[in-house]
Design a binder for this molecule. Structure first.
Ligand code: CA
Length: 525
């Protein structure tokens, strides 16, 4: 018995719809009010609902996602080879804070169990982070981390883990180039992430360009018992705790490891004395991201995240959305939604910077979309972007961060400008102060971070079934007709509070940790 066709059309003015059925639909399939399929259409791919002439606009999300390169009869499979991509929206003449959405009604009474930090931030995990100035020390630090896990952590049961902040920066780079500010502040701000509890320890080689005092100048480490944010009020006298491998007193590898373990012990003592306490949901700093997207991302998982984003903002929490190339084609929607003209201008500034960055590399925004995206039904970056922006929900956008910047007290819905690359985006959101990460995927990715819980949402039930011990929530139930966006949005919101309070995600249970990947637009030497 063939299953009934699942045809998903997002807007009355759309002239294409998406096939929802697991294995697609064969030629000859019809449905009430629709055409008969002229050919097999794979799952997640588009079908023409009407006859399209050459040059006609193809509409999805009530937006033109492309122009027909030739006549496309109703019932045909509309794939990327039949579409010409629209030009990028000019950054001139955009609507500036015109929509002014009403602030959403407050949502009170939601809490989670978190770790309060001296700088006023709240951690969702209690981790020892070991900051490194340069890749040269990575092997030594990795060895020390193994020893810390085996020998020290059993004595400090309230500490969740130890995390080496390994990266490829620090030397062999043009450290005075203007754009070097981005990787340097990223590393600095990651070491101050709320999940590290303000305990900063550094391992340095000695001869590297990125000296410890340059990475963490006096004044960047927060004062104990101060509620000021780190960059505002800080202790000028706080000595930076640095283990320098080239120091004369180190004789042999064992001596270096002993020094790192001794330093770690002091920090572990203090971290271990901390306890979770009940804090309001407003202390959440959630980074939202997608990766391995398909045509369902914008129909199931991302709208669920968007609904949860609105709930979080209503509860006073901070939500960051990012991925410049995946919002560039919807920039007019975003500048219109800005809470003030200054926020809209900051957003335009970030888009213009990124346009120039891509141009310098002789590519444009079409460099985004992968073979997997296209196999999943996303014809181009315009279609991908419309589905991606949905993660930001409907609240006014109240602030903008440049790559690697820290929130420093900004709250509400924030646009944190980052590349769309999963690892670079996650790394920059950690630098901003993210304490919880939501990640949607349609093709499937086992993505995870060591510094912060990553909760993954599947766009399709087929993926959620096959990857049952990797996906934390199945938004495919929406396409199956078994759940609503609203119901799953609430489910995700409650799950986020549980995970913030210590419940482990699948990625944490399996210890799936992707690398920190810095965004370095500056030259290397
Ligand atoms: Ca991404």
């Amino acid at each position: 018995m063939p299953t009934a066709p699942v045809i998903i059309r997002l807007h009355d003015r759309d002239n294409v719809a998406i096939v929802g059925n697991d294995r697609g639909l064969p030629a000859g399939t019809g449905w009430p009010g629709g055409p008969t399929l002229r050919e097999h259409v794979p799952q997640g791919h588009k079908v023409a609902l009407v006859d399209l002439a050459e040059g006609d606009a193809v509409r999805r999300y009530d937006v033109t996602i492309g122009y027909a390169l030739k006549a496309i009869p109703a019932g045909s499979w509309v794939h990327e080879r039949l579409l010409r991509m629209p030009e990028a929206r000019s950054l001139d003449g955009l609507p500036i804070a015109t929509r002014r959405p009403e602030p959403l009604p407050p949502l009170d009474g939601y809490t989670f169990e978190g770790y309060r930090n001296d700088d006023g931030s709240v951690g969702t995990r209690n981790l020892l982070g070991i900051t490194t100035t340069v890749q040269c020390v990575a092997g030594v630090v990795a060895h020390a981390v193994q020893r810390i896990r085996a020998e020290l952590l059993p004595r400090y049961p309230n500490v969740d883990d130890v995390v080496a902040l390994e990266h490829s920066y620090g030397c062999g780079v043009a450290i005075d180039a203007p754009d070097a500010a981005i990787p340097i502040r990223t590393l600095r701000n990651i070491s101050l992430n709320p999940n590290f509890g303000g305990e900063v320890m550094v391992v340095s080689l000695g001869c590297e360009k990125l000296q410890p005092e340059r990475l963490l100048p006096p004044g960047t480490i927060p004062i104990a018992d101060s509620l000021e944010v780190a960059d505002v009020g800080a202790n000028e006298d706080a000595a930076l705790d640095v283990v320098c491998l080239q120091d004369d007193h180190h004789v042999g590898f064992g001596s270096m490891i002993d020094s790192i373990l001794a330093s770690a012990t002091a920090h572990l003592e203090r971290l271990n004395a901390r306890r979770r306490e009940t804090v309001p949901a407003s202390e959440l700093v959630v980074g939202v991201q997608c990766g391995g997207s398909d045509a369902f991302s914008g129909v199931t998982a991302n709208p669920v995240v968007g609904f949860a984003t609105d709930l979080l903002v209503r509860a006073g929490a901070t939500v960051m959305f990012s991925e410049v190339t995946e919002v560039r084609d919807g920039i007019d929607q975003l500048t219109a939604r800005a809470a003030s003209p200054e926020v809209a201008q900051a957003m335009i500034r970030e888009m213009a910077w990124y346009d120039a960055y891509l141009k310098r590399g002789a590519v444009d925004r079409s460099a985004n979309t992968t073979p997997g995206n296209r196999r999943g039904g996303l014809s181009n970056i315009v279609e991908k972007a419309m589905g991606s922006i949905v993660k930001s929900g409907s609240a006014p956008i109240s602030g903008v961060l440049s790559p690697g910047e820290k929130l420093n007290g900004r709250r509400g819905l924030i646009y944190a400008a980052t590349p769309a690359s999963d690892f670079i985006c996650g790394t920059l959101q950690l630098a901003a102060g993210m304490n919880l990460h939501v990640f949607t995927t349609g093709r499937g990715t086992p993505y995870g971070l060591a510094a912060c819980p990553v909760l993954k949402v599947a766009t399709r039930s087929d993926l959620a079934r096959r990857w049952h011990d990797l996906m934390d929530l199945n938004a495919g139930r929406i396409a199956d007709g078994d759940a609503t966006i609203e119901a799953l949005g609430w489910e995700l919101f409650r799950l986020l509070l549980d995970v913030a309070g210590g419940r482990k995600t699948w990625a944490e249970q399996h210890r799936l940790h992707n690398a920190l990947v810095l965004f370095n637009p500056a030259p290397v030497t």
